[in-house]
Ligand binder design. Structure first.
Ligand code: UDP
Ligand code: MG
Length: 330
C-alpha cells in the first residue's frame, strides 16, 4: 500500500500507550479504525510501544503497514511508564487536538466522536467520567478515597482521575510539551493549564484481554507522584503538625519538671511516655519520607536526563518526495 498523497495535517491525533498488550491489540485495531473513519475528519493514530516484552511491537508494525497513511508507531527501547509514553506521543502530534486512549479497550473508541465535539465546542480540555466502572470493588473504593484527598490537597477537580480517555487541544499539548517534567500525571498537568475544562460521561468496559499493568504498589506510587508533583500542602501540613507537637511536648516537659520538684522522682507513667515517644517517632519517620518524596523529585528534575529513549519511529514519509511508502527513522 502506498502512503496517500494527502499530506495536509490531520485534525485528530489519537495517542495510545502500549505495554504488553498483544492479546488486545487486534480487537483494538478492529474497533478503533472504523470509529475514526466514521468521524469524517482527518486523523492519525500514534501508538507508543512502552518497551513491551511480548509481540506488541510486531503487531503494531503490521498495523502500520496495513494503514500507513494514518498510523505512526513510536518504539521505546525500555519501559518508561504510561505517562512518558503519552508525552512521546504528544511531542509528535500533528492534529489540532490530541486524544489519549488506553490500549485495553476499557475506554470505548466509539466515544471519541463526543470528545471531538466537545473540543469543537470550545473546551481546551475534556475529561471523562466513567458511567459505570467495570473494575474491582477495591479499585473503586481506593480511587474514590484518592480523589477526595487529591481534590483537597491540589485543587485539581477531576471526578475520575483513572480514566485516560481525554481530549486536549493543540495549544494545551504544546504547553505540556514545554513542561518537560519527569514524573507527571498528564491529565492533572493539563488541568492546571486549561482555561475552559469540561467533563463528559463515557462508557467503561472491562479490560478486553490481558492484565492490568498497575499493581497496588504502582498505584500508590502514582498517587504520591500526583500529590507531591502538584502541591506542597503535605509539607505545610507537616510543619503545622510538627509545630503543634513541639508545643505540646514543651508543655509536657514543663509539667514533668514542676512535678519532679513538687513530688520528687516518680516512675509511674513511664509507659505513657514510651507510647508518646513511639507516636512521635512514627510521625517523624513519615515526615522524613515525605521530605524524601520532594527531594527525590528535585533530584530527578535537576539531573535533566532524557525522559525516555526511542529506538525507532515508523511513519509514512512526511515530505512530498517520491520516496518509499515507509521510512524507519532512528
Ligand atoms: N501502560 C504503558 N506502560 C506501563 C503501564 C501501562 O504504556 O508501564 C499502558 C497500557 O498498555 C494501557 C494503559 O497504559 O494501554 C493503561 O494500563 P492498564 O490498563 O494496565 O491500567 P488500568 O486500566 O488497570 O489502570
Ligand atoms: Mg486498563
Amino acid at each position: 500500500m502506498q502512503a496517500t498523497a494527502d499530506l495536509s495535517p490531520p485534525v485528530v491525533s489519537v495517542i495510545v500507550p502500549v505495554y504488553n498488550e498483544e492479546d488486545v491489540l487486534p480487537a483494538l485495531f478492529d474497533r478503533l479504525y472504523p470509529a475514526l473513519d466514521a468521524l469524517g475528519e482527518g486523523y492519525e493514530v500514534i501508538f507508543v510501544n512502552d518497551g513491551s516484552r511480548d509481540r506488541s511491537a510486531q503487531l503494531l508494525a503490521q498495523q502500520f503497514h496495513r494503514r500507513p497513511d494514518v498510523t505512526r508507531v513510536v518504539l521505546f527501547n525500555g519501559n518508561f511508564g504510561q505517562h512518558m509514553a503519552i508525552m512521546a506521543g504528544f511531542e509528535r502530534v500533528r492534529g489540532q487536538m490530541a486524544i489519549t486512549l488506553d490500549a485495553d479497550l476499557q475506554n470505548p473508541p466509539e466515544e471519541i466522536a463526543r470528545l471531538v465535539a466537545a473540543v469543537r465546542a470550545g473546551h481546551d480540555y475534556v475529561g471523562t467520567v466513567r458511567r459505570q466502572r467495570s473494575d474491582t470493588a477495591f479499585r473503586r473504593v481506593a480511587s474514590r478515597l484518592m480523589n477526595a484527598l487529591r481534590e483537597r490537597i491540589t485543587r485539581i477537580q477531576m471526578t475520575d482521575q483513572g480514566c485516560m480517555l481525554r481530549a486536549y487541544d493543540r495549544a494545551l499539548v504544546d504547553t505540556l510539551n514545554a513542561c518537560g517534567e519527569v514524573n507527571t500525571f498528564i491529565p492533572a498537568l493539563a488541568y492546571t493549564f486549561a482555561a475552559t475544562p469540561t467533563e463528559i460521561e463515557v462508557d467503561h468496559e472491562e479490560r478486553h484481554a490481558g492484565q492490568s499493568k498497575y499493581s497496588l504498589y504502582r498505584l500508590i506510587r502514582l498517587n504520591f507522584d500526583l500529590v507531591t508533583g502538584f502541591s506542597i500542602v503535605p509539607l505545610q501540613w507537616f510543619s503545622l503538625i510538627g509545630m503543634l507537637l513541639a508545643l505540646g511536648a514543651g508543655a509536657l516537659f514543663v509539667l514533668l519538671v514542676v512535678r519532679r520538684f513538687l513530688l520528687g522522682a516518680e516512675v509511674e507513667g513511664v509507659f505513657t511516655l514510651f507510647a508518646l515517644q513511639f507516636f512521635l517517632t512514627g510521625i517523624m519517620l513519615f515526615g522524613f519520607g515525605l521530605m524524601g518524596e520532594y527531594v527525590g523529585r528535585i533530584q530527578q528534575e535537576v539531573r535533566r536526563r532524557p525522559r525516555y529513549r526511542i529506538s525507532a519511529v515508523l511513519e509514512a514519509q512526511p515530505a512530498p518526495a517520491p520516496a518509499p511508502a515507509a521510512r524507519v527513522s532512528a
